[in-house]
Design a binder for this molecule. Structure first.
Ligand SMILES: [Fe+2]
Ligand SMILES: [Fe+2]
Length: 492
């Protein structure tokens, strides 16, 4: 039963606290019990605690008690935010905000785009990711390609994927490169490895054997990945962080009414709203100018500074207790190549002092909780390279990034990458929260202890999206508790 219950939980995209698992397993029908609870929640909670289930059970039991004729109203089970998310009576707005930018490119860009820059960039990418792969037990004693080529026993090699092709028999062949050599790796059509998605320019490990033609026959592929789940560090305080992106101010499809609603809620008396101390805004904050052909027909503000001024007024109207961290996206007025630096002073000076400007991507610390914020442009490339990925399921794309330990593994696609001396898009330090935007969808999840957030949009479907059948999920606000890592999504 335990397996069935856990399979059901994962299928529903939530997590169960161990206590809640044990509690459910002694119920008459654990799955029905949990299903009933989840149905009572307007949004699937990130984690279901024992307290949540018990609380819902008590309400359900009260509902079963005989009623007096006057008591005919249906009993409402309101579980968003869930009982455990809402900690009554806390004062979260005490103390100063504690935001630090631990890492971003701002002020540290050195590249000029020369051939040497590219060579250095890829060497850095390879060396760092190879270092991570060497930590993996499966790759202990990994050899250079040159040495492995002459081996007659099992080989373990690490390389960057230079090419991927499929033969007419359905085998897949990867060209794998290290600093000195290149070798062909065969993923036999009938094997499980042939089903594993592989993308160009990722760095991976291969365990296999070398055949007489010098071809490696892969038995397994190894990704840098994250180590096993780590606990959420948690803060002593009770602050929460909300996430936004893709506001697209200046666009005809910017949702002004929805914005008024969220702005009002953030400034209102709701306990969860009052506990939000941080707002991370991950790019495409305005619609920009000349980002795509005939964009001028889609704009209500056709001056770039005018767009940022309007946004600055909207942000200034939010409550003062909010520390806002803002990074650029592909619609914003900084260089499009990633890593993108923070906004220039000419834009920063339009905003109040409670706004902190960071690059894209950036690793932030909010009261010691590490947040990796990335706009998410590379999702455009991942969606076309990994079968089964879609714009509606960005969290799967984020998990792929974590497995590959790289925010934009594919070079030369839609994501422009600047060849900096170091590859800033490597996921070097493991964050506690990982947030992306760009795809105008929304979701919260977790992967090996990292809380994942995709941060919605404040723009309705654009004619371009309509043409491409992209159905956005606007006006949702993901909120994460910095004490527990628990995440919810609030709809406006
Ligand atoms: Fe966007
Ligand atoms: Fe974007």
């Amino acid at each position: 039963m335990r397996e069935e219950l856990l399979a059901f939980v994962s299928e529903r995209g939530t997590l169960l606290e161990p206590d809640a698992v044990e509690f459910l397993l002694v119920q008459r029908d654990p799955i029905a019990e949990l299903d009933g609870f989840l149905r009572s929640c307007p949004e699937t909670p990130f984690v279901v605690t024992l307290e949540d289930i018990r609380h819902a059970g008590e309400i359900a039991q009260q509902a079963l008690r005989p009623r007096t004729p006057l008591d005919l109203r249906p009993v409402a089970v309101v579980a968003t935010p869930s009982a455990s998310f809402r900690r009554l009576g806390e004062k979260a707005a005490d103390g100063h905000p504690d935001v630090r930018i631990l890492r971003d490119i701002t002020g540290r860009s050195t590249c000029e785009g020369t051939l040497e820059d590219f060579t250095r960039y890829f060497r850095h990418r390879f060396q760092v990711l190879r270092g991570m792969l060497r930590q993996r037990r499966e790759l202990a004693g990994a050899q250079d390609i040159a040495k492995a080529r002459r081996s007659t026993r099992e080989v373990r090699i690490i390389g960057m994927v230079a090419d991927i092709r499929t033969t007419k028999n359905g085998h897949r062949i990867l060209e794998l490169e290290d600093e000195l050599e290149r070798i062909a790796v065969l993923l036999p059509a009938e094997s499980a490895v042939a089903q594993e998605p592989v993308v160009s320019d990722e760095v991976l490990g291969v365990v296999g054997t070398v055949n007489a033609k010098g071809l490696v026959i892969a038995a397994s592929l190894v990704r840098p990945d994250l180590p096993t789940a780590k606990p959420f560090p948690g803060t002593l305080g009770h602050a929460r962080v909300a996430f936004m992106s893709d506001i697209h101010v200046g666009s005809r499809t910017f949702l002004e009414e929805k914005w008024s609603k969220v702005s009002e809620w953030l400034g209102g008396a709701d306990e969860v709203a009052r506990s939000i101390r941080y707002l991370v805004v991950s790019g495409d904050v305005v619609d920009g100018i000349g980002v795509y052909p005939r964009q001028d027909e889609e704009l209500t503000i056709d001056d770039i500074y005018g767009q940022y001024e309007a946004l600055a007024r909207m942000i200034a109207a939010l409550p003062d207790r909010l520390a806002v961290v803002m990074l650029p996206g592909n619609h914003d007025a900084v260089r499009p190549a990633e890593p993108q630096p923070a906004f220039p002073m000419s834009i920063q000076k339009l905003f109040d002092s409670n706004v902190i400007f960071a690059g894209n991507p950036s690793l932030l610390s909010l009261e010691g909780v590490r947040v990796l914020a990335y706009h998410g442009r590379s999702m455009d490339d991942l969606v076309s390279a990994i079968p089964g990925l879609s714009y509606q399921r960005p969290l799967d794309g984020m998990k792929a990034m974590l497995r590959l330990r790289h925010l934009a593994p594919i070079y030369g696609g839609k994501t422009p990458i600047a060849p900096e001396a170091e590859d800033h898009l490597i996921i070097d330090e493991i964050p506690d929260i990982f947030v992306t935007g760009h795809v105008h969808a929304v979701g919260v999840d977790q992967y090996r202890g990292v809380v994942l957030v995709n941060s919605s949009t404040w723009q309705a479907q654009t004619p371009y999206q309509k043409m491409r059948n992209i159905d956005p999920t606007p006006a949702r606000l993901p909120i994460v508790d910095l004490g527990t890592g628990q995440a919810i999504i609030r709809e406006f």
